[in-house]
Write a protein of this length. Structure first.
Length: 364
């Protein structure tokens, strides 16, 4: 049996209370960004809880009040290559993504209720820690995004699968623009399942920890408790622009998407165009191809494909330039290579889907 609270790491901690395994992300100064060490602590703990009869459900939360998890610690990956390995792909650049994706898969298939409290900022790798679980709870402070095209990457952690699960073509809009979702839009796009006011989260957690697990299946018990705290999230803004999204983002290429947005006109289309003008041209083209290839894939195949893309990004230039511009120098003026969409060749895009020299991602 898992001991309640004696499994501790500096940046992540675990406890069991009243049948609920509680995961706390403890890097508030870094907005709880996920490190390889945190992944290596979490994955075996989750595996142990899945077979522990005393643990009926798992709840994950972020400490500090500002973020659930702002993503994977990609700056550390950048540093391991640029500053520590002469610009060549590093051990961390391979191991971080491989082990993160294996954790995403474990959450996806986890056999007990998995509850994520998405209070505050949730981006990238934080979405990977939540979207694969059954209960994804947002509050009035929630902000959810997959902003990877702004840093020369692509929406990973299973985005090939879950962004294709969004209604209509909204997942393609989110993937290419990195648009930020509030609670209502998160529920509308199925990135979240319930809205609970922030002030009620402590009481929700307490109710889960005090649950009578003999009254039904664990999922039924959790669902009943969560629904008793849930409120209406309000009207989703994306719903009002759904027609424009579906018309434009179903196109077969990024230039065609831009042309469709120009034709549509209006404030929403203009804002999308302005956003896309600053994204990595290569990342946008790779992302569109990723999502199209991801339709209908099982999570294992989706994550294996994404691992190939990450390793290609580690050999390219835009990831390093994107991290420099956004997270290191913070000048927000990346110099993409190539800088123009028309210079992104099909050969360049296809190369991101080739097997890496170090081998494909495998699951045990």
């Amino acid at each position: 049996m898992t001991q309640p609270s004696d499994i501790q790491q500096q940046d992540i901690s675990f406890a069991v209370e009243g049948g609920v395994g509680i995961v706390s992300l403890n890097r508030p100064r870094a907005l709880n960004a996920l490190t390889l060490e945190m992944i290596r602590a979490f994955d075996p703990q989750l595996a142990a809880w899945e077979t522990d009869p005393a643990v009926k459900a798992v709840l994950i939360r972020g400490e500090g009040g500002k973020a659930f998890c702002a993503g994977g610690d990609v700056r550390a990956v950048w540093k391991s290559i640029v500053e520590e390995n002469g610009g060549k792909p590093s051990t961390l650049s391979r191991e971080f993504f491989a082990e993160e994706y294996r954790l995403n898969r474990r959450i996806h298939h986890f056999g007990k209720p998995y509850i994520a409290l998405l209070d505050g900022i949730t981006m990238g790798g934080g979405v990977g820690l939540s979207r694969h679980g059954a209960f994804r709870i947002v509050t009035e402070t929630s902000m959810i995004a997959m902003p990877e095209t702004a840093i020369g990457l692509f929406p990973d952690v299973g985005g090939s699968w879950f962004l294709n699960e969004c209604p209509g073509w909204t997942g393609y809009y989110l993937a290419l623009t990195g648009a930020r979702l509030d609670a209502a839009d998160a529920i509308y796009t199925e990135m979240a399942t319930h809205f609970v006011p922030q002030a009620k989260l402590p009481d929700l957690q307490a109710a889960l920890c005090a649950a009578d697990w003999s009254t039904g299946t664990a999922e039924t018990v959790v669902r009943k408790i969560v629904q008793s705290f849930a409120d209406a999230a309000g009207q989703p803004k994306l719903a009002a622009n759904r027609s424009t999204i579906d018309i434009c983002f179903q196109k077969d290429s990024v230039p065609e998407i831009l042309a469709a947005l120009e034709t549509q006109g209006g404030a929403f289309a203009r804002e999308a165009l302005e956003t896309l003008a600053h994204r990595s041209p290569t990342s946008m083209c790779v992302t569109l191809e990723q999502l199209r290839r991801g339709r209908g894939l099982a999570i294992e195949a989706a994550l294996a494909m994404e691992y190939r893309i990450t390793q290609a990004c580690m050999r390219g230039t835009d990831f390093f330039e994107g991290i420099r511009a956004v997270l290191v120098d913070k000048d927000h003026a990346p110099k993409w290579q190539p800088a123009r969409l028309q210079d992104v060749t099909q050969e360049l895009v296809e190369g991101h889907f080739a097997a890496p020299a170090g081998g494909d991602l495998r699951f045990g």
